[in-house]
Design a protein around this ligand. Structure first.
Ligand SMILES: Nc1ncnc2c1ncn2[C@@H]1O[C@H](COP(=O)(O)OP(=O)(O)OP(=O)(O)O)[C@@H](O)[C@H]1O
Length: 669
């Protein structure tokens, strides 16, 4: 990036901002003129006001990162790409809206399919100033690939658009609307490919995806940080990144259960455990509960409660409370009428009304059929109820200390509990109140004698509902924030990385979040550590999509050298003697291996002056589990003999350049 070129781009983009400001002034002027216009027809005026307001808001929003990219066409032409389209005075395009067809190669061209462009330029801006840019030269040959692979890695993954290979390109563009499983050994680019597929889909299916967003699920926060830079650099922001421990709004956890409990919570039997726990919260009274009415006291016995239970039928627990309440009223009315011993026509109706409003009966409903949140249900289950229900292994002293495997159970509980409808009723009441207020405002304006009949009146331009909605505080959060905070949000596409680790219960959550089943699932069954994880993709997806899922394999390793992969081969053979390791495209240093009583000294000596470095051992600092999906230029693996075969395979396949192995010898006495 030369200074001259940067200066050129700065001037170019400053010119776009000038044009943007001018256009904004024009739109503001136009809007003011329409609002002043007292003679035009009502509807055309209203349409003009709405259109100009929308255009003004769009131009305002474009201020932030107005122009973010440029593509150079093979015929020598250039196109600048940004948030809105702008023309110069001669109607030549100055900036092209990113949604226009001509902008497509910015998102979809790769080294394999250049789509008529030779270069893609990404601008980095702060406010209105261009701070710098970087280029993807779409050379499409192996020199570019090999130099990219040989370059030292940083803490975050870069995008690989410039050097994508044919088998990867096919996956990125695959036109399959359902579940796509991408499998491949370590370093085959599964993660990189899944992220580029997101960028591609965000472009080609933008209608749907810009409304619903995309969810990317990765194994841990460090991994999400590692990959988080790839998508924004491809120009996309409607994406929520989450670990499985973050999929239930309001709960964020990285705590883990012991493997035995993880297994129990991960299997489908957990669905029944939740149902049992809910049923167990519906109580029968030990003693009859007295319900005083004005003329008599009736008693609510266990038998009567059972009759009311039976009337509720199959509904979600919280929604069932209202039916239970109504059922109790039904069974108590004849009892009360009989106890009063008189009979006049309105008596039953009076008693019914009184029972409905009875504080004592309301309290009885709360005690016998309590309103429950998912958190209350599970905490109570873990803190003791689990023992009585026959699941003592679920016991923990602090029921609220959430673990990652609790998240799908909380979600399941939320589904089975449902809501009691109060939030919806409150929202409807609030909107009705706002509309009523707006109607009042309009009436005041309309009857103002100062306004003559032939001048434009407020009611000519707006109605009460429009006015009410306009004054509702707008939700300024970007899609990703709104989606992440809403348990019932459904995404247009879901990407799952390290998918072999997810349990059956995790998949239930993800399928709920993605009812259209548009998913990119990447993983490697040979790297599965979790007991409740996947052994077979078909079995995982059959309950949701039968056999209508598609499988692709990536076979080339872009991370580790042939020498590193050869050393990792024994661990793979232990996991699966028939497995074929991915083929490396590079050669490099042979891994070193030492046995020592002083591993710290060896590790200190192995630390390179530059490049990323990690020490992987079962005791940390980086465990094999936490190292999943990550990579470093130099890796030292300590005591692989203390690891399971899968942990060893994961640990030994993290290095891009140099691998060292340290075995700790017992210190001499
Ligand atoms: N076509 C490519 N050009 C340049 N680099 C590539 C290409 N494909 C993959 N890479 C690089 O190879 C490395 C490994 O990719 P990635 O992490 O996506 O692999 P993975 O299959 O997800 O591995 P793991 O199973 O270990 O998680 C990354 O640094 C990625 O940028």
């Amino acid at each position: 990036m030369s200074d001259g070129e940067l200066g050129y781009e700065r001037a170019k983009i400053a010119g776009m901002y000038e044009r943007l400001d001018r256009e904004r002034e024009e739109v503001e002027g136009g809007l003011a003129a329409v609002l002043r216009d007292a003679v035009g027809e009502r509807w055309p005026r209203e349409v003009a006001v709405r259109e100009l307001t929308a255009r003004r808001d769009r131009l305002k929003a474009a201020d932030h990162g107005l122009c973010f990219g440029r593509i150079d066409h093979l015929d020598g032409g250039r196109t600048y790409i940004g948030r809105v389209g702008l023309f110069d005075e001669r109607y030549e395009p100055l900036l092209v809206d990113w949604r226009a067809p001509v902008a497509r190669p910015f998102y979809t061209a790769t080294g394999v399919r250049r789509e008529g462009i030779s270069r893609r330029r990404h601008f980095r801006t702060r406010g209105r100033v261009v701070e710098g840019f970087h280029d993807d030269e779409l050379a499409g040959d192996d020199t570019a690939l090999l130099s990219a692979l040989a370059a030292p890695r940083s803490a975050t993954m870069r995008d690989i658009v410039a050097t994508i290979r044919a088998e990867q390109d096919e996956v990125i563009r695959l036109d399959h609307r359902g579940v796509l499983v991408v499998e491949g050994g370590p370093g085959t680019g599964k993660t990189a490919v899944a992220l580029h597929r997101v960028a591609y889909l965000l472009y080609t299916r933008r209608e749907r995806l810009s409304r619903h967003g995309v969810l990317v699920v990765g194994p841990n926060v460090r991994f999400l940080r590692h990959i988080g830079d790839v998508l924004p650099s491809l120009g996309e922001t409607d994406v929520v990144f989450a670990t499985p421990g973050e999929l239930f709004p309001g709960v964020r956890t990285t705590l883990e259960d012991v493997p035995e409990v993880r297994g129990l919570k991960g299997g489908l039997a957990a669905v029944d455990v939740i149902s049992e726990a809910i049923r167990d919260r519906r109580e029968l009274p030990d003693e009859p509960i007295p319900i005083p009415l004005s003329d008599v006291v009736v008693e609510l016995s266990a038998d009567l409660v059972e009759v009311a239970w039976a009337r509720v039928g199959e509904v979600e627990h919280n929604a069932g409370r209202e039916l239970f309440h109504a059922g109790l009223v039904d069974v108590l009315v004849p009892l009360a009428v009989a106890a009063i011993g008189e009979d006049w026509p309105e008596l039953a109706d009076d008693v019914r009304r009184e029972l409905r409003g009875s504080v004592e009966l309301g309290a009885a409903v709360d005690a016998l059929w309590p309103l429950l949140t998912p958190q209350e249900l599970l905490a109570d289950l873990y803190e003791g109820r689990c023992v009585a229900l026959g699941y003592p292994e679920l016991y923990r002293a602090d029921g609220w200390a959430w673990t990652v495997s609790d998240v799908p159970l909380l979600d399941e509980a939320a589904e089975q509990l449902g809501d009691d409808g109060s939030a919806g009723r409150a929202a409807a009441r609030e909107r009705a109140r706002r509309v009523e207020y707006a109607r009042g405002v309009l009436e005041v304006l309309d009857t103002d004698p100062a306004l003559r009949r032939d001048t434009l009146r407020a009611v000519d331009l707006v109605d009460a509902e429009w006015l009410a909605d306009r004054h509702e505080a707008p939700d300024h959060r970007v899609l990703a924030e709104r989606a992440a905070a809403d348990r019932e949000w459904t995404y247009g596409h879901v990407v799952v990385d390290e998918a072999q680790e997810l349990s059956e219960m995790d998949w239930r959550v993800l399928m709920r979040r993605c009812p259209n089943r548009s998913m990119t699932v990447v993983g490697d069954l040979h790297q599965r550590e979790a007991e409740a994880g996947a052994r077979d993709w078909g079995a995982r997806f059959a309950p949701y999509v039968d056999d209508r899922w598609v499988h692709r394999t990536l076979t080339v390793n872009y991370r580790s050298t042939a020498e590193v992969m050869e050393r990792a081969g024994a661990a793979l053979a232990e996991i699966d003697p028939l497995a074929v390791p991915p083929r490396s495209v590079r050669h490099g240093a042979v891994p070193w291996e030492v046995t020592t009583a002083d591993p710290d000294a060896v590790i200190a000596a192995a630390r390179p002056d530059s490049g990323t470095f990690a020490v992987i051992s079962v005791d940390g600092p980086l465990t094999p589990r936490a190292a999943k999906g990550l990579e470093f230029d130099t890796v030292v693996v300590v005591d692989p003999g203390r690891m399971t075969a899968v942990e060893r395979y994961v640990a030994l396949t993290r290095a891009t350049r140099q691998l060292g192995i340290v075995h700790t010898a017992p210190a001499l006495a």
